[in-house]
Design a protein. Structure first.
Ligand SMILES: CCC/C=C/C(=O)SCCNC(=O)CCNC(=O)[C@H](O)C(C)(C)COP(=O)([O-])OP(=O)([O-])OC[C@H]1O[C@@H](n2cnc3c(N)ncnc32)[C@H](O)[C@@H]1OP(=O)([O-])[O-]
Ligand SMILES: NC(=O)C1=CN([C@@H]2O[C@H](COP(=O)(O)OP(=O)(O)OC[C@H]3O[C@@H](n4cnc5c(N)ncnc54)[C@H](OP(=O)(O)O)[C@@H]3O)[C@@H](O)[C@H]2O)C=CC1
Length: 271
């Protein structure tokens, strides 16, 4: 769909690029000529993904927990040593667990905020200071979630993603001085490896949730990759500071938002 060499010579970092949405973004960027670096925690799976992705172009990897300062720094140093520059950062790594708010422990809250909010900000700040600001050019894309009506059953990630949505606006304004564009994508429910990690109550409501989406289906990882490539490309050269919902209008009408919370309460009690 895009011009074949759209990202020729561009260096792209995709956090969480070993699976699901991040893998699809990495594959599409590679097919469009980019050099892609993927980073996430599980080194074996990351290495395997990088080897598979190498059939599409130049893909390298480094294990990195985005919550750990020294690991983020090692990743930045590797990109500098290997490529000397970074053009596009896709903050896709993230995750949470469904739980009624009253059952989330302090550590559970902190783990999710550190992952989705703190990890995203610190990664953005580091890459901006070392690459985008000196280069006077850069592009950041933050993958968030559908937080339009809060996020019942996932209050921690709703709060974290709302923080990312807001920092997307602030950084777009502050770093406009350095010609850095910053945008977010809010996927609705996407058929991906991520969904398989969720417990039974989530699996039980998927059919009903799918039917409630105005477009009557969940999204695909390719649809999120398409949007990422669009926002990273010159086609979007005047777009900065937006959060684009890619969700078949699910944020406007997505069924009963409390159903999962009620099922999770019963599920938690039964264990
Ligand atoms: C509807 C679809 C929309 C969205 C789809 C997607 O996003 S798809 C993408 C989906 N993909 C993903 O989400 C994958 C990524 N997700 C993850 O890697 C992890 O879930 C994590 C980063 C959120 C926590 O990782 P970590 O290594 O930091 O965790 P840790 O083990 O060190 O525990 C820290 C604290 O958290 C607590 N706790 C943990 N789990 C649960 C639970 N189920 N229940 C209750 N609590 C839980 C744990 O008990 C502990 O607190 P404690 O006991 O000390 O008081
Ligand atoms: N699928 C969906 O319906 C939706 C997904 N999203 C978001 O999109 C993103 C991708 O999700 P999806 O592909 O579906 O799910 P996955 O679970 O497949 O992807 C999550 C990726 O993030 C990595 N990751 C998680 N925590 C960290 C960390 N602390 N440091 C580095 N890497 C980390 C994981 O790798 P590893 O375990 O090796 O660290 C994994 O590659 C996530 O942020 C997710 O929350 C948002 C809305 C809906």
């Amino acid at each position: 769909m895009f011009q074949k060499d759209l990202f020729k010579d561009k260096v792209v970092l995709v956090t969480g690029g070993r699976s699901g949405i991040g893998y699809a973004i990495s594959q599409m960027m590679l097919e469009l000529g980019a050099k892609v670096v993927i980073a996430s925690r599980k080194e074996d799976l990351l290495k395997q993904a990088a080897e598979e992705l190498s059939q599409y172009g130049e893909c390298s990897y480094l294990a990195c927990d985005i919550r750990e300062s020294d690991q983020r720094t090692a990743l930045m140093e590797k990109i500098k040593a290997d490529n000397g520059r970074l053009d596009i950062l896709v903050n896709n790594a993230g995750g949470q667990f469904p739980a009624p708010a009253e059952t989330i422990s302090e550590n559970g809250w902190d783990a999710v905020i550190n992952n989705n909010l703190n990890g995203t900000f610190h990664m953005s700040s580091l890459m901006a200071r070392h690459f985008f600001i000196p280069q006077k050019e850069g592009c950041i894309i933050n993958i968030i979630a559908n937080i339009y009506r809060g996020f019942p059953s996932m209050v921690h990630t709703g709060a974290a993603r709302a923080g990312v949505e807001n920092l997307t606006k602030t950084l777009a304004v502050e770093w406009g001085d350095y010609n850095i564009r910053v945008n977010a994508i809010a996927p609705g429910t996407i058929e991906s490896s991520g969904l398989d990690t969720y417990p039974k109550p989530v699996q039980d409501i998927l059919g009903e949730a799918r039917a409630a989406v105005p477009l009557k289906r969940f999204g695909t990882v390719t649809e999120i990759a398409n949007t990422t490539c669009f926002l990273a490309s010159p086609l979007a050269s005047y777009i900065s500071g937006v959060s684009l919902y890619v969700d078949g209008a699910q944020h406007l009408n997505g069924g009963d938002p409390m159903k999962l919370t009620r099922l999770m309460r019963a599920f938690t009690k039964s264990r």
